[in-house]
Design a protein around this ligand. Structure first.
Ligand code: NAP
Length: 489
């Protein structure tokens, strides 16, 4: 299979927060991988910017370390790394002050694509937008990339949107949700809208329910203070899980165009019903004794506030009030310190209307499982006859598509979500980025849920580290005769 890569134009990409954790782990190694793939046109430049005062040579050494740490050795050669480092510059800059801005203004070229990645804390987004404008650095076609979190409620998101809108048009703003950059997530749209097979079944008549699980094994240690102000609802559900839900539930856009896709996602968010308190379970992990080494801390120890009511786990039942989905619940679940690191969307289809095989043991409903991690791919479970002479006994077999296996070398070389999204920014393609009204609509739905917890002083249930979450979360489905998909270790 010949890979078709849409070429990009020469660019200047400024990474504000170039010395930070996200740049080191994701952005810089990702850019290097795109360079190796031949996607960084000659004459392009990547400019790190942060307050730390250092010469470009030191920043290049920092970038090289990041590449060594996060890029597979097969993709590294000193020649390639050396050529890539030649594209790197560094400017010491203070988002809140005037240091460095004139120097940056001189460096940025007017005749190439300009992209400014705001990989800094959200409190600096407004400062950066204003400075880019004040120093006449960004052209009318320049793009800004904004990291999460985008606000902490509707009001702060609206304020942030207004601040950015004062200096940039919506077509210039790229709000990143890296879940949308995953290969599988985009494949979801391909599977739904490029095949006749699924669409006729993709509705409440045939789908019993949908499960979206994003399970993590890590706790919040290290970012406890940040997390304590956020919680799973704000940190994961309002953005990542909501985006996945939209892609499953949305109508076919009239074409694969950024605003057409985002219009359809917005309609889904607006059709979400308020969530009843009984349909949502929050949790906090307990500590865990370890055989070797120190015991794992509990959530309350990690956030250093013994009275914290912030949730490290949330499970909820979501209903969409429209013709397609009326009566089909969407169950969402995400949490820290769970049994495994696994992200999956499962479309669980209804039973056949009548079983001609009687009460056949072994019968299961068809499930389309879309795996985001690990091992990105899709599996459709179908019932067949158990082989052998034992009569008409049914058994379940998976029709499995692992992208890495199905696509051979190309599959193994699936770009990381950040790489793909950065290249989309350079191409000027906003399809996989959240629009301002989408983010606001998502907060408008999330805010009353959180306000209700606050008003009731709701305390999360505790759950064992390494489990599937609190017992009550299991009941959320059991009471309706359903069960959660297993989280694998
Ligand atoms: P970080 O490690 O704390 O890095 C922050 C960066 O901002 C540093 O390069 C810092 O460098 C720079 N900075 C701080 N104050 C500045 C100022 N006044 N002017 C200019 N530069 C300044 O943070 P991070 O983890 O990389 O996160 C960056 C953004 O990405 C945040 O919005 C975060 O929520 C988001 N995010 C991060 C991750 C992740 O995995 N890390 C994942 C998703 C989203 P100096 O101190 O030298 O100025």
């Amino acid at each position: 299979m010949v890979s078709r890569v849409i070429p990009v134009d020469r660019f200047d990409l400024v990474i504000f927060g170039g010395t930070g954790d996200l740049a080191r782990r994701k952005i810089l190694p990702g850019l290097y991988r795109r360079f190796v793939a031949g996607q960084i046109p000659e004459g392009s430049r990547i400019i790190g910017a942060a307050r730390t005062d250092m010469p470009t040579a030191d920043f290049r050494a920092h970038v090289e370390e990041a590449i060594v740490e996060f890029v597979a050795s097969a993709k590294r050669s000193s020649e390639l790394v050396g050529t890539f480092l030649d594209t790197i510059e560094y400017v010491a800059i203070d988002a809140k002050g005037d240091a460095g801005w004139e120097e940056l203004a001189k460096l940025i070229r007017a005749d190439v694509v300009q992209a400014f990645y705001f990989s800094v804390g959200p409190s600096l987004f407004g400062h950066l937008a204003e400075k880019l404008h004040r120093y006449s650095i960004a052209s009318d076609d320049a793009r800004i990339v904004v990291e999460k979190p985008f606000g902490r409620d509707l009001k702060t998101a609206q304020e942030l949107n207004a601040t950015l809108a004062a200096h940039f048009s919506e077509s210039q703003i790229y709000r990143i949700d890296h879940y949308l950059g995953k290969e599988t997530v985009q494949n979801l749209m391909a599977v739904r809208f490029a095949n006749i097979l699924f669409e006729p079944l993709w509705n409440a008549r045939h789908v019993d329910h949908v499960q979206i699980t994003v399970a993590e094994t890590v706790g919040v240690g290290g970012r406890g203070t940040y997390y304590d102000r956020s919680g799973a609802m704000r940190d994961m559900v309002q953005n990542h899980l909501m985006q996945l839900l939209c892609l499953i539930a949305m109508e076919a856009p009239y074409r694969f165009d950024p605003d057409a896709v985002r219009d359809e996602k917005l309609k889904v968010i607006r059709a979400l019903l308020p969530v009843a308190p009984d349909d949502i379970v929050r949790g906090q992990y307990r500590g865990q004794a370890r055989k070797n080494g120190p015991d794992d801390a509990s959530f309350l120890e990690d956030v250093e506030d013994p009275s914290s009511k912030t949730e490290s786990f949330v499970a909820l039942k979501v209903e969409i009030a429209n013709w397609r989905w009326k009566g089909t619940p969407f169950y969402l679940r995400t949490g820290k310190r769970l049994r495994g690191r696994e992200s999956e969307i499962a479309i669980v289809f209804k039973e056949v209307p009548h079983s001609i095989f009687g009460e056949e043991e072994g019968w299961r409903e068809n499930v389309l499982s879309i795996r985001l991690q690990p091992n990105e791919g899709m599996t459709l479970s179908v019932m067949i006859k158990e082989p052998g002479p034992g009569g008409m006994r049914l058994t379940e077999v998976p029709l499995d598509m692992s992208f890495a296996e199905a696509l051979g070398e190309e599959g193994a070389d699936i770009p990381d979500a950040y790489e793909r999204l950065i290249m989309d920014v350079i191409r000027g393609n906003q399809t996989l980025f959240m629009r301002g009204d989408e983010v606001e609509a998502a907060w408008a739905w999330t805010d009353p849920i959180i306000a209700d917890w606050d008003a009731r002083g709701d305390k999360p249930k505790t759950y064992d580290s390494g489990s599937s979450g609190p017992e009550d979360a299991l009941m959320l489905l059991h009471r309706e005769g359903r069960r959660w998909r297993e989280i694998h270790e």
